[in-house]
Design a protein around this ligand. Sequence first.
Ligand SMILES: [Zn+2]
Length: 103
Amino acid sequence: MTTEQNKYELIGEYKCPKCGGSQRVFDSVHTKLELQGKHQHGDVYFYNREVRQLLPMTSAVLTMPIVSLYTDVCVSCGTAYVFRIDYQEAPIRYLSKLQQGKN
Ligand SMILES: [Zn+2]
């Protein structure tokens, strides 16, 4: 899975909470494929992404703030952990695609 980095405001990035390692499984595979010219540079690769909406105060909006939690697996110890959290003002029609798993 991937997402474009430049549309998102970074809130935090984290290393493995168990061993402190920073190598992640999906990121490592992405790097190998990038070196072979099969993946683009700059994309964020991850095992899972959970998206949560912050409900607007009014229903008359065209965008909605969403927070994404990205999970991957530590290469060193196998622990699954959240390595990145970001924020985005997402157009409402984009949100419906996310909810359908079409990101
Ligand atoms: Zn670890």
